[in-house]
Design a protein around this ligand. Sequence first.
Ligand code: FA5
Length: 351
Amino acid sequence: MDDKIKALKATLENELKGVGNLVDLDKLRVAYLGKKGSITGLMKSMKDLTNEQRKEFGKNVNELKSQAAKYIEEKTKELKQLEVQAEIDSMPEFDITTPPQLDRGSYHPITLVQRQCETVFKSMGFTVEDYSEVVTDYECFESVNIPKHHPARDMQDTYYLENGQLLKSQTSAAQNAILKKYSKNLIENNVPIKAIFPGRCFRNEATDASHENTFFQMEGVMVDKDINISNLIYFMKTMLSEVFRKDIKVRLRPGFFPFVEPGFELDINCLICGGDGCQSCGHSGWLELCPCGMIHPEVLKEGGIDPEEYTGFAFGLGLTRLAMMKYGVKDIRDLNSGSLKVLSQFTDDDE
Ligand code: FA5
């Protein structure tokens, strides 16, 4: 009987050498150690032996059984390792010491001009405020002297939501909240209100080279005693000379906005065509950039400020158009195109 055990062990060792994958190895395990396997068969055959024979045979067959289990365990490890190696070998080769070719990306030109403007105004003591894009009719219109059914609403083809709110069509929508936020400090502590609030605006526009349906504005307000048009012109001039860092022609003409009195349109000489007239400026040589004016007494009152005692100015800078002019972008729609080819050309020359 011992010969049978030795022979089975030799066959197992031999067959193990020929096994090249885990599936075949499992078949081999079943063939030897499974319910109907050869080693299990040997164990079952012990019942036909004498007590004396069974003692010796039992010991040897048990040794064979644990030896077989050990062989299979070792072979499993070996085959798994080979599988991992094969997977590694099948991967494309790469050199981990090669420096990365990753593109760092760039800031959007609108972000760049917005930051430049913020830096300029912050240096002049203005705070930068954030405001939501979904606002109420009161915020966007009524609080800035545009009651329901006022014809001035027609100038801004507004997106209304089903719940009665709207996508803000102008950053002036934040004016009332800002005035209310700082009026106490103005009245009790004589601290002038000086704030800018950049934001995205939405209008149902027929788009062209200088009109988008989604664009950025940056509103600014200053309120104190004795604020007048000269102060307004000073801040506008400082902002433009800091952003453009060169002489640019501007013109101020009367403009109507219900929330300012008097109101102005501040236009910039088109920097794409030098004022000759082109598609970007609607062939007029000028681009409307920053309407402004002295805050209407009704708007001050609605913000909790006595117009007999305080005056102020407000402006609504077209940030997207400013980016066009600063970076020579001929068509405003390129700025919202999401095309990296277009957008990655711009860098902040101040950084
Ligand atoms: C307003 O939105 C006023 N709220 C601005 C204002 C604020 C006036 C405070 C007085 C006091 P207007 O609709 O003209 O005004 O827009 C202001 C600027 O935003 C424009 O001069 C222009 O630069 C920019 N703008 C307006 N519509 C578009 C558009 N469709 N695409 C790109 N820029 C636009």
